[in-house]
Design a protein around this ligand. Structure first.
Ligand code: ARG
Length: 453
């Protein structure tokens, strides 16, 4: 590449500073697929012969084998994976290899590699999301009847079921899968043929290239083709949000595994000990996941910041997109995988959850609604029950132990049937709004997800 224009070799320190092969080698599969398709397009355009095309293809396939068996030596002084593969090809097949880079720039080449990589990873992450959703659904089905307190502000609020909680998680991960599908649509555009930024005087059949490489559309502006990293930003955002969901799930599980809550216990296989305190069993997998999500946000900020104020078309700054991208993909892939493996082994302490859910204060709102159903305005009912709760707190008495006579002093609308209010299952059965945790609703939701997942 430097043979014509330069009088001096690059300084070693400059080479070292600018090389990308130490990380972009991971794109070799896509780079080789792109080059094979490109050679076919060059043959169609009459730039290379059918024999040359055949040599290029078999040469590239042999190089791929070499890479996959670990025998290929990546040379840092050759800058990036594109130059490494091209040099190896030319060494292997001679002058036909030197024709491959006709009507192509590394600018459209790297854009192509990245798009192919992101497309493949969208599929991979989506399937891991599915596995996690299935693990959550299995758990929801297995512990169908387990009642627990629902929390707001991490204070006991109203009764829910454990399944209801798990169904929430499934919804959130479903949005992640949808977001990925949406991102795929914008990633699915062929940039090849756009050259450095203005195409080439040698026109290639881009529709043919798109078909060969599995793209549904061809980029309609060659400047856009080499400038655009929106799909990387979007994908990193998708991954960051999946991470956010995993982190909130982690947080709940960590809290619930404390002695104070005792709602769940992590399997020994997914717990760690303390080097000092012999009694400890720590939820490190969930903690690490919660911790790792910071990197996903960092990676998203990094690409957004790199893109901001870049002049149009290709600038070398764009090389900085890869490490962030690879790191987020690896992080989310492994987090999804370990959660899908860890969840089925979670021990659910049904009794502890149920005991916590028998706190009558969880039904204070139901009590107010009892009065509303007898004609009282909600604000008044809210105040009356608020006073009752405060009273009970000072007298250290449970809300469901207040004698009917006392209740009647607060409102004549109270009657003997008020006792029914304090039946948690009765309360749940009434929660029939779409998405609310009545057992009927939960059964419908589980059936719906079973069909879908
Ligand atoms: N390593 C470069 C990247 O990752 C490849 C494209 C280089 N193009 C160039 N004109 N220097 O972006």
């Amino acid at each position: 590449m430097r043979k014509g224009r330069f009088n001096k070799p690059a300084a070693e320190i400059a080479q070292h500073y600018s090389e990308s092969v130490s990380f972009d080698w991971q794109l070799y599969r896509y780079d080789i697929a792109g080059s094979i398709a490109h050679a076919a397009a060059l043959a169609r355009a009459g730039i290379i012969s059918a024999a040359e095309r055949g040599k290029i293809e078999s040469g590239l396939l042999a190089i791929r084998k070499e890479i996959e068996s670990g025998k290929f030596t990546w040379n840092r002084s050759l800058d990036d994976l594109h130059m490494n593969i091209e040099a190896a090809l030319t060494k292997r097949i001679g002058s036909a290899g030197a024709k491959l880079h006709t009507a192509r720039s590394r600018n459209d080449q790297i854009a192509l590699d990245l798009r192919l990589y992101v497309k493949a990873e969208i599929t991979e992450v989506s399937s891991r999301l599915r596995s996690l959703q299935r693990a959550l659904l299995d758990l929801a089905e297995k512990h169908l009847e387990v009642v627990m307190p629902g929390y707001t502000h991490l204070q006991r609020a109203q009764p829910i079921t454990f399944s209801h909680y798990l169904l929430w998680q499934i919804e959130a991960f479903e949005r992640d899968a949808e977001r990925l599908r949406d991102c795929l649509n914008r990633t699915d555009v062929l940039p090849l043929g756009s050259g450095a930024l203005a195409g080439s005087t040698i026109a290639l059949d881009q529709e043919f290239l798109a078909r060969a490489l599995g793209f549904t559309r061809v980029c309609q502006n060659s400047i856009d083709a080499v400038s655009d990293r929106d799909f990387v930003c979007e994908f990193l955002f998708c991954l960051a949000i999946s991470g956010l969901h995993l982190s909130r799930l982690s947080e709940d599980l960590i809290i619930w595994s404390t002695t104070e809550f005792g709602f769940i216990e992590f399997s020994d296989a997914f717990s760690t000990g303390s080097s000092l305190m012999p009694q400890k069993k720590n939820p490190d997998i969930a903690e690490l996941t919660r911790g790792k999500i910071g990197r996903l946000y960092g990676n998203l900020m990094s690409i957004l910041t790199t893109m901001k104020a870049l002049p149009s078309s290709y600038n070398r700054d764009l090389q900085e997109d890869k490490e962030a991208l690879f790191d987020s993909v690896d992080t989310v892939r492994s987090a999804l995988e370990i959660f899908a493996a860890m969840l089925p082994e979670l021990k659910i302490n049904r009794d502890r959850m149920q005991a916590a859910a028998s706190d009558p204060n969880l039904l204070a709102t139901d009590l107010a609604e009892y009065l509303v159903k007898r004609g009282m305005p909600f604000r008044r009912a809210h105040a009356i029950v608020g006073c009752l709760v405060a009273d009970c707190a000072t007298k250290e008495m449970a809300l469901n132990q207040v004698p009917l006579a006392e209740l009647k002093k607060r409102s004549s609308l109270f009657d003997a049937d008020v006792a029914n209010v304090f039946d948690v299952r009765h309360s749940l059965a009434q929660r029939r709004a779409t998405g609310a945790p009545s057992p009927k609703n939960i059964a419908v939701q589980i059936k719906r997800w079973r069909k879908k997942l």
